[in-house]
Design a binder for this molecule. Sequence first.
Ligand SMILES: [Fe+2]
Length: 156
Amino acid sequence: MTQTAVALSTDARTAIADALNQSVAETAVATMLAQNFHWNVTGMAFGPLHDLFQKIYEDHFVAQDDLAERVKSLDAHAEGTLAGMLARSKVKEHDGHASDQEMIKVMQTAQETLAATLAGCGALAAEHGDTLTEDLCIARGQTHEKFAWFLRSHLA
Ligand SMILES: [Fe+2]
């Protein structure tokens, strides 16, 4: 049965908020990763890659706010520290010393990791009938898979 936030049990809200905080953390780490690569990318494809990494961090910056505010709509605490996000995130930081091709591959993997995290979060929300969180997660997962495709296409 479809449930809105107020109708969810405390346990359901806690579980969904935890999964959402995982998504927030990975989105935030990927935001920094994309900005890092936007700054440090080199090579003949500098222009388009500089632009693509900017598109990614601009998208992710908005998304981390949307995801965190969904946590708040569920009346839970939104993870708001970099240390906490890094501890949770399966997307890892990078020192930015890499070839353009390595950066593309690292970012592709980050996007695939995020797509999997968002798909999992959406499935958990669906189990509890939380259609509105599920919808947000599905939309975010689709965007990460689109970016994964953009990146993958550079390496074909
Ligand atoms: Fe810039």
